[in-house]
Design a binder for this molecule. Structure first.
Ligand SMILES: [Fe+2]
Length: 161
């Protein structure tokens, strides 16, 4: 016999849980589009920097792939469904998909912009999480900010060399 799940009662009002979940949905979409871009660049990078960029992009897409799960599962813990499907992610994302591979340094430039865009999305959500005393979401956002800002710096350094 099925039992009804009790309503969620974690101390965050429903409207704030919804706003935060929607923001996390946009962060999930941004991270997914950046993941796809980075994995595609890993496959298609060419030129004298092939070896180092191919390896660097692999580290980056692996990290993004892991982050997708953490973001989506935080949405579920807040009582909402995680957005699904590539088309939905393209709609929700602040980052444009890449369908053609540019040359190596243009890839790096595009990834700098991508990581900065995800950082802006995460930072925009931080005041909502803090206002709701949603520590787990704030921790997740701060962890994502640290990664995206660090990765943007590393990629930017290639262009400044
Ligand atoms: Fe590979």
């Amino acid at each position: 016999m099925a039992h009804l799940a009790p309503p969620i009662d974690i101390g965050i009002p429903a409207n704030q849980r919804q706003e935060i979940a929607e923001g996390l949905g946009r962060l999930l979409a941004d991270s997914y589009v950046l993941y796809l871009k980075t994995h595609g660049f890993h496959w298609n990078v060419t030129g004298p920097m092939f070896s180092s960029l191919h390896a660097m992009f692999m580290e980056q897409y692996t990290e993004l792939w892991t982050a997708l799960d953490e973001i989506a599962e935080r949405i579920r813990a807040l009582g909402h469904l995680a957005p699904m499907g590539g088309r939905r992610y393209a709609e929700l994302s602040s980052i444009e998909e890449t369908q053609q591979a540019p040359e190596a340094l243009a890839m790096v430039t595009e990834l700098v912009k991508g990581h900065e865009a995800v950082a802006r999305t995460a930072r925009g959500l931080l005041p909502l999480a803090e206002a709701a005393e949603d520590g787990p979401t704030a921790d997740l956002l701060n962890a994502r900010l640290q990664i995206h800002e660090k990765t943007a710096w590393m990629l930017r350094s290639i262009l400044e060399g």
